[in-house]
Design a protein around this ligand. Structure first.
Ligand SMILES: [Zn+2]
Length: 115
């Protein structure tokens, strides 16, 4: 599925509001539902044990985490930009060409979770 960034952001706001930390995404591989708020709670209560390696800040919060594209499950390291990319392709500027393989003018994302 391809969607413009403007439409994708509008869909996120419709489901979860303006605070993008609350936006939930679902890993297509393991079904985990994650948001920045969920990860922060997991860091705080010591249950954040991702299979993927994330560089962390001094509070243990992962740096450079793409919550919409990298699974943070302890049992799954799926990413939206891996061999089987997507399932959502977000196109930054739909008036210009994009190249999925070269990640030009687009990025891959998980589906939004249900609100
Ligand atoms: Zn996963």
């Amino acid at each position: 599925m391809e969607i413009s960034k403007a439409d994708w952001m509008a869909e996120g706001r419709k489901r979860f509001g303006d605070n993008t930390n609350a936006w939930k995404f679902q890993c297509p591989q393991c079904g985990r539902i994650q948001s920045y708020d969920i990860v922060r709670k997991e860091v705080e209560n010591g249950t954040f044990k991702p299979k993927r390696n994330f560089q962390a800040d001094d509070k243990g919060l992962p740096l450079n985490l793409s919550i919409y594209a990298e699974c943070t499950s302890p049992n799954c390291n799926w990413s939206a930009y891996g061999l089987f990319s997507g399932p959502v392709t977000v196109i930054y500027d739909p008036d210009k060409p994009h190249d999925v393989n070269r990640k030009e003018n687009c990025t891959m994302a998980f589906e939004f979770a249900d609100a």
